[in-house]
Design a protein around this ligand. Sequence first.
Ligand code: CDP
Length: 215
Amino acid sequence: MAAKPPIVIAVDGPAASGKGTVARAIAAHFGLPHMDTGLLYRAVALTLFRFGGEFDNEFEAVRACANIGQIDMVDPELRSEVVGSIASRISVYAGVRQALIERQRNFAGQAGGAVLDGRDIGTVIAPDADAKLFVTASPEVRAQRRLAELEGRGIKAHFDELLADIHARDARDTGRETAPLVQADDALLLDTSALDRDQASASAIALVEAKLAGR
Ligand code: CDP
């Protein structure tokens, strides 16, 4: 029997848009491995935070990229707000992005294919992906989701502060020179503002299936 051709699926979008949820659902549906590329940037951030280093210094951030092997990728601190905020700052550096490219491209290039989610998967990491989704939601909905997520973990937070943080991250993600967050020309848009997790996942799978059927 001939091996099935690899399927590469790119999922991009801003913070708390639901891209991680839909990427995991797509991966489970198609039986593909999944990489949350935000975790790589978070690992660099946690390395700086834990082992010392200036967050606003590109040289030190690039040096930290070589040491992310020391981070346990299931460490809950990777998901913390402070680490997310540092990740957002160090991810503007071209040197940091370059240092993390190979790992992501190797993952995308594995036999059988893969699903990757991030900010620049469809534009930079896997521009030839078989299907690309750009997942979005209004800033208010995204801030509300963050609030619910934090409260669910027993962490107190304020909606206004979370909304301001979402706006700041969007500005950094879309405004940076290297690999800014932008919908690829051939990416399908999925607005999850009015969708719950299951509806968003089902819509995403349907979009990808339709796209693959037309290959
Ligand atoms: O959803 P959230 O933005 O909180 O976190 P994430 O997806 O884990 O990404 C953490 C940070 O890394 C984001 O603020 C992005 O600026 C950055 N990132 C990136 O620049 N490129 C990627 N492919 C993934 C994440």
